[in-house]
Design a binder for this molecule. Structure first.
Ligand code: ZN
Length: 205
C-alpha cells in the first residue's frame, strides 16, 4: 500500500491530501472512523465524569490526531458518543468538554477538510469569531474566545458532536459530487483489499 503523502493544503482541519486508502500506524489505539460509519451521524451526549479512564481516552485521541495528522479530533470520530474534542493549534494542545457556542460574529471562508472525510476539502463559510463555554480537563468551567482558524476548528468539532459532517454545509450539487467520489473510492479500496487477499498478501506485478 502506498504511503506517499502530498503536501497538505494550507490549514485544513484534517489532512485534506491524505491518500484514500491510508492505514493508521499500529501505535494509534483509536481508529479514526470515516464517512459511512453511522457513529458520525449520531448526536453525542454530555460528558458527566472526568476520571482516569476519560483522561486516558483523551491521551489516545491525541496520539490518533497527531498520527493522522490533524489539528482537532472529536470523540465520535473514534466511536465515542460523548461531547468533547481534543485539539492542538499553534502548539497549544487542549481538550474542550461539553462545549456550547454562546456568541458568534462575522463570516469567514476557509477551505475545510476532515479526518473522517479523507482526501477532500471544501470552501465553507462559517462565523469568523465565536465565544464558547465548556469544561476543561481539570473540570473547570472555561470560556474561550476564538477567531479564524481556532474558531473554525471549534465549530467543525462541535458539528461532529451533533452528528454533522462538513458535507452537510455544501450545496446539493457539491454534496452529490462529493458522495459519488467517496463511494467510488470505497469500492476501489475494497477491490484493492480483495486483490491482496486473493494473492496471499503479495503485491502483483
Ligand atoms: Zn472532522
Amino acid at each position: 500500500m502506498s504511503d506517499e503523502r502530498r503536501p497538505a493544503r494550507s490549514g485544513a482541519i484534517g489532512n485534506a491530501e491524505a491518500p484514500v486508502s491510508v492505514t493508521l500506524p499500529v501505535m494509534a489505539s483509536q481508529r479514526i472512523r470515516t464517512y459511512g460509519d453511522p457513529v458520525l451521524n449520531t448526536k453525542a451526549t454530555d460528558v458527566t465524569d472526568i476520571d482516569g479512564k476519560f483522561v486516558k481516552l483523551c491521551d489516545d485521541m491525541f496520539v490518533a490526531m497527531y498520527d493522522a495528522p490533524g489539528i482537532g479530533l472529536a470523540a465520535p470520530q473514534v466511536g465515542v458518543q460523548k461531547r468533547f474534542f481534543v485539539y492542538d493549534i499553534d502548539d497549544e494542545p487542549g481538550v474542550l468538554i461539553n462545549p456550547t457556542v454562546t456568541e458568534s460574529d462575522g463570516d469567514w471562508v476557509f477551505e475545510e477538510g476532515c479526518l473522517s472525510v479523507p482526501g477532500m476539502s471544501f470552501e465553507i463559510v462559517r462565523p469568523k469569531q465565536i465565544l464558547v463555554s465548556g469544561i476543561d480537563l481539570d473540570g473547570n468551567d472555561v470560556t474561550v474566545e476564538a477567531d479564524e482558524l481556532f474558531s473554525r476548528l471549534i465549530q467543525h468539532e462541535i458539528d461532529h458532536l451533533d452528528g454533522v459532517l462538513l458535507l452537510e454545509h455544501l450545496d446539493d450539487d457539491q454534496r452529490r459530487e462529493a458522495i459519488k467520489e467517496l463511494n467510488a473510492r470505497k469500492v476501489a479500496a475494497e477491490a484493492e483489499r480483495a486483490l491482496k487477499a486473493s494473492s496471499g498478501g503479495l503485491q502483483l506485478p
